[in-house]
Design a protein around this ligand. Structure first.
Ligand code: SF4
Ligand code: SF4
Length: 489
């Protein structure tokens, strides 16, 4: 096969393996690990100083210059392996969030090696349930939210925690809840996170953001991404589901308000037995309101959701929905994402010469070179404890926002523990990162590297983070057993 320049016969699969060999070479890892130390002259890590020297020709000390030379070779090999030119890569690196992502990737190679699926040097996104307070009463709420808890972090502590995330190289923080928009200090938290170089997102029910003035305040504070939940095409169904009259209208208005500005807007829909037939209509509605993305959230049996297992959909239904979502990416003007990790497996089956994507929770990268589908192995489906962590209002850390808040799943606390040590050494995170540890069909599945099943669903149904995900057609026998035992109660 010809590469982009059409000059040499290059097999991309071989190239990726070559990159893997170079990056995994003990000397390369040693050099990358050396770069994680601070350069006293630049007051930043040698990795950052070396990258700036490579990208912008920025002057740096002799040690960093030498490291920059080795780093540039690793990056050039990586660029070739993943089908982009060095110039394209350098261009991308001018985006500060992209650059932070690259630093995380290199840091991950230094600490963990080139693993399938890949583990970066810090989570790309931390979803932070900033308060338990909520102005709604949703049936599927994973937080069983309502009134604020007594042990929620105060303003000084939240600022300190934001600094810890930024200092550790986290790329993005997403405020959630409860309802983050009604937290009295939320605007200060958004602006501080922005000042510290984090990409700032917020997940909201949109109720108070139907007001244009309020919406503007969030934009002025620096909000870059907003996710607004809309669960149905029918306002009455949404309002009943959310427990507040008028909430559908207000959520739609919030989407319109933000879409009129330079904010990335996602409509979020939790797919349940009650609304699964509305996916196409929801794509149209989200587009009509001006949103960029429609996110199909997987139903998770946790929090108030555990009392509503009848809302969950069958594996066959989920499979068909993911097929529709796949085609929706090519037939509509919005991107359709899903938190069901089986989406990557469905896409792998449907990817053709014209349409090829690698679905993730945060983006559906399109590609044209079929050999690049190997990238999906590294991205790896479920990102709990790899690409994501979550924070509770009291600063407790969990692998993903959808995990129940049980002691056995608690990773630590953002203010009490060393964040980097937790990321490197925690045994729950290690279990989530190793697909060899999965049980049942998820263990033997040929798609386990690109999917891995939703670990929160597996735990919700079986009390084991390594159990099979009963939402997959490969595990439909388990799903039938769950339904039978629910009916027998
Ligand atoms: S068996 Fe498990 S890993 Fe395989 S596709 Fe299904 S959920 Fe994913
Ligand atoms: S457990 Fe994994 S698949 Fe499930 S929602 Fe969290 S990150 Fe996504």
């Amino acid at each position: 096969m010809l590469d982009k320049g059409g000059e040499e016969e290059t097999n991309m699969g071989d190239m990726i393996n070559t990159f893997k060999r170079i990056a995994e070479n003990p000397l390369s890892r040693l050099l990358i690990n050396l770069m994680l130390h601070k350069c006293r002259k630049d007051n930043k890590t040698r990795l950052e100083a070396a990258l700036e020297n490579y990208i912008k020709d920025r002057n740096c000390c002799m040690e960093c210059k030498i490291l920059s030379y080795f780093l540039s070779n690793i990056i050039k090999t990586g660029a070739k392996a993943f089908g982009v030119t060095e110039e394209e890569l350098k261009e991308q690196m001018n985006d500060p969030y992209w650059l932070q992502g690259l630093i995380n990737v290199l840091k991950g190679i230094g600490i963990f090696g080139v693993r399938r699926p890949f583990v970066p040097g810090a989570p790309f996104q931390v979803v932070w349930n900033i308060t338990h307070r909520c102005n709604m009463n949703c049936k599927h709420c994973y937080e069983t939210a309502g009134t604020p808890r007594k042990n929620e972090l105060d303003k000084k502590e939240v600022i300190e925690a934001i600094n810890i995330l930024a200092d550790n190289g986290v790329t993005s923080v997403a405020f959630s809840g409860g309802e983050p928009s009604i937290h009295p200090n939320i605007l200060d938290y958004i602006s501080h996170a922005r000042e510290r170089g984090l990409y700032v997102a917020m997940a909201t029910n949109g109720y108070i953001l139907a007001d244009e003035g309020r919406c503007q305040k969030f934009i002025d504070a620096g909000l870059q991404f907003v996710q607004v939940s809309i669960d149905s095409l029918d306002p009455n169904v949404h309002d009943t589901f959310r427990g507040v009259k008028g909430s559908w209208e207000r959520a739609c208005k919030a989407v319109k308000n933000f879409s009129a500005h330079d904010v990335f807007v996602e409509v979020a829909m939790t797919v349940t037995a009650e609304n699964h037939h509305q996916i196409h209509g929801m794509m149209e509605l989200a587009h009509h309101l001006g949103a960029d993305w429609l996110m199909l959230f997987n139903f998770i049996p946790t929090g108030r959701g555990m009392e509503n297992i009848n809302l969950d959909i069958s594996p066959a239904r989920r499979y068909r929905i993911l097929q529709d979502a796949y085609y929706g990416n090519f037939n509509n003007d919005i991107q359709v994402l899903s938190t069901a990790p089986q989406f990557a497996r469905v896409a792998e089956e449907l990817n053709s010469c014209d349409n090829q994507i690698i679905p993730t929770h945060f983006y559906n990268p399109e590609y044209t070179n079929p050999d690049l589908k190997q990238l999906a192995d590294f991205i790896g489906g479920c990102g709990a404890g790899r690409f994501y962590l979550s924070l509770e209002p009291n600063g407790d850390i969990y692998p993903c926002v959808f995990f129940p808040h049980k002691d056995e799943l608690r990773i630590g606390n953002i203010l009490e523990d060393d964040f980097e040590k937790l990321w490197k050494n925690n045994r729950i995170l290690e279990a989530l990162r190793d697909r060899e540890k999965l049980h049942g069909a998820c263990h033997t599945c040929k798609s386990r590297n690109i999917c891995g099943g939703c670990r929160a669903r597996a735990y919700g149904y079986f009390g084991d983070v390594c159990a099979p995900d009963p939402g997959c057609i490969n595990n439909k026998n388990l799903w039938h057993k769950i339904k039978e035992s629910a009916l027998a109660k």
